[in-house]
Ligand binder design. Structure first.
Ligand SMILES: Cc1cc2nc3c(=O)[nH]c(=O)nc-3n(C[C@H](O)[C@H](O)[C@H](O)COP(=O)(O)OP(=O)(O)OC[C@H]3O[C@@H](n4cnc5c(N)ncnc54)[C@H](O)[C@@H]3O)c2cc1C
Length: 431
């Protein structure tokens, strides 16, 4: 009789709970520790920030779904993981013991690393639905008195797709409002080239994204390091290939949205051997922490090395399908341990992404994530916008129904050659 605990009930944590439930034996129990009763679908945040979605369209009361599935749900949040004692301390001072723990706590948003960055400072964010709502209110004010816009991501960021999405969504929205001609736009990014995406590009994302920026009259600065932000102005340092300062840009803005760098959440940051210096959970190929092998990590909160050196730090994105692949591998591995078997499942970590521009978009598939790849495909078109809307509806329905990977989804993805688990290793091949 084992007790499995999942901390975090976002995209990874909820699916983890649904999939883990099917792996439990008689007498095993499952507890999910979340922060509050609500799940919200993070990929919809750019639409919330543009006023294209209301908050309640992308939010779900997760307590009801968990109760229906017979999963204990604690909403008070984790204060600290005590890995040496196999227990999670909650914010009310109580503790939850575990035999197996899955950490799915997503990112802590490091706005404090750059003066003036973030919703407490002078730039907007779309990382959380609260931020996205605030960003929409700011957009309404801006539209009454338009000026320059700056959108992008800061040094050390690992999530670039949503920054591009939001720049293009704003462009679409401003054209709809017939005020685009009054708004000079600049895209600012630490990526060494447009369309790098933290993945050294996928297919021709460089060409596709540059062409979109050009067609929409959005200027860009790459290899950018955000020095500080003040009211209506941001100071951006452009770094050369040799790492030396090439140019300092003073960018005035009436509206700015910059994605921050991520780090691990306070509940796990600084737990020796569990997390790296930035607080990301250290995992092996089976999603297991080497020092605490009964602890697993999934989602944005896990440590992944960058694809290669860049003049300005650029992280690797952890996209939805990649996270789903981590979920499946982790559920299979804990299931194996519960049955006394060896945990051998490895996530494919394939990156599959739909970036919506409001009136079109770019899709890409990278397998594996690090080049050279077996699948390295990108494409654009209006169909991507419709595909993303369909994906949002499908995913939210999946969370509401308490399903992780319905059989038809597996058939479709396998038909496209996209699998959640890596192919089993050949005999003698290094794990
Ligand atoms: C704006 C944006 C748009 C994105 N769009 C896409 C997209 O279109 N396609 C795609 O593939 N990927 C996208 N991503 C990337 C990724 O899919 C999402 O970030 C995804 O939500 C990450 O899942 P996660 O489970 O790791 O983290 P989250 O979904 O953020 O969930 C983490 C959960 O842990 C909880 N938590 C944190 N600390 C604690 C604690 N101490 N105790 C209990 N609970 C805690 C949080 O409240 C949260 O609910 C996007 C990311 C962003 C930021």
């Amino acid at each position: 009789m084992a007790k499995v605990v999942i901390v975090g009930a976002g995209l990874g944590g909820t699916l983890m709970a649904y999939e883990m439930k099917t792996e439990l034996g008689k007498g095993d129990s499952l507890t999910v520790i979340g922060q509050g009763p609500l799940y919200h679908f993070v990929p919809s945040n750019p639409w919330v920030a543009a006023g294209w979605r209301d908050r309640d369209e992308v939010e779900i009361d997760i307590t009801q779904v968990m109760a229906r599935k017979g999963i204990e749900y604690l909403s008070q949040g984790a204060a600290r993981v005590h890995a040496d004692e196999n227990r999670v301390e909650l914010t009310d001072g109580s503790s939850v013991p575990y035999d197996y723990l899955v950490i799915a706590t997503g990112p802590d948003l490091a706005f404090d690393e750059i003066p003036g960055l973030g919703p407490q400072g002078f730039t907007q964010s779309i990382c959380h639905v609260d931020h996205a709502e605030k960003a929409f209110a700011a957009l309404e004010q801006f539209c009454a008195n338009p000026g320059p816009i700056v959108v992008g991501a800061v040094q050390g960021a690992s999530c670039f797709g949503p920054a591009y999405e939001f720049a293009f969504i704003l462009d679409t929205e401003l054209r709809k409002r017939r005020i685009r001609d009054k708004v000079p736009m600049t895209f600012v990014t630490p990526e060494p080239y447009i369309g790098h995406l933290g993945l050294d590009g996928v297919g021709d994302t460089k060409g596709l994204m540059e062409s979109q920026l050009r067609q929409r009259h959005i200027k860009w600065i790459t290899n950018a390091r955000l020095h500080h932000v003040e009211s209506g102005k941001m100071t951006v340092e452009e770094i050369g290939e040799d790492g030396a300062l090439r140019k300092t840009h003073e960018l005035p803005f009436g509206y700015a949205m910059m994605l921050p760098a991520f780090r691990g959440v306070p509940a796990v940051r600084g737990v020796e051997g569990l997390t790296n210096p930035r607080g990301f959970v250290i995992i092996d190929k089976q999603q297991r922490n080497p020092k605490y092998p009964n602890v697993f990590g999934i989602g944005v909160g896990v440590a992944i090395a960058p694809v290669g050196p860049t003049p300005v730090p650029v992280g690797v994105p952890k996209t939805g399908f990649m996270i789903e692949s981590m979920v499946t591998a982790t559920a299979k591995n804990i299931g194996a341990l519960l049955r006394g078997e060896k945990p051998v499942a490895e996530a494919s970590w394939n990156a599959v992404c739909l970036a919506d521009f409001g009136d079109g978009g770019v899709a890409f598939v990278a397998e594996p994530q690090i080049p050279p790849r077996n699948v390295n495909w990108s494409a654009q078109g209006r169909w991507v916008h419709y595909a993303k809307v369909a994906f949002e509806r499908y995913f939210i329905r999946k969370i509401r129904k308490g399903e992780s990977e319905p059989i038809y989804e597996r058939w479709i993805m396998e038909g496209l050659g996209i699998r959640r688990l890596a192919a089993p290793r050949n005999k003698g091949e290094a794990a």
